[in-house]
Design a protein around this ligand. Sequence first.
Ligand code: GTP
Ligand code: MG
Length: 163
Amino acid sequence: MGNYLSYVPHSIRPQKRVMIFGLPDSGKTSLLYWLKFGKQVETAPTIGINQEDIVYDTISTVTMDFGICDYISYKDKADVVIYVVGTDKLEDVKPHFHSVVSAAPILILANKQDLVDKSHTHVSTIQALNFWDLECEWKCIPTVISQGIGIGSIRAWVSKHIS
Ligand SMILES: Nc1nc2c(ncn2[C@@H]2O[C@H](COP(=O)(O)OP(=O)(O)OP(=O)(O)O)[C@@H](O)[C@H]2O)c(=O)[nH]1
Ligand SMILES: [Mg+2]
């Protein structure tokens, strides 16, 4: 017997929730707008939450970008999580990263790979954040969100994990 949802068209299924977390200035809102509009949109520091209805393949989602707010009360409602790492020191990222981990699959972006003074590669990010201890499914990829580099891989990963 299949899950009853397999008989319901994607277009009328409940919206899935994609949640984007990360420290300030890491590139979360830029990512949200790349996913929504396919281009770089000028951003300002986010107070609260930005959210957009975004379709991945045929799957409808509300994709949420968490700025300064009480994000902890939301994290367990995520179907998938995207965690953006900017130029912060990885030892500063680590406690924040582990505070948003839930049972949901998580995609970690080692962002701002274009910067000469970037503090991390995606390999050093994997080593520093102890992903091996995670019980949820995870993947880490390098990105340059401001140039749209990695957006295709992000879309493909989200589609695969919410279908
Ligand atoms: N060089 C570089 N800049 C980036 C990249 N991604 C985002 N930025 C820039 O980083 C700055 C912050 O981006 P935002 O998307 O506003 O970051 P945020 O995580 O939403 O920041 P808060 O809302 O303050 O938490 C902007 O000037 C972006 O253009 C990247 O890959 N490389
Ligand atoms: Mg923002």
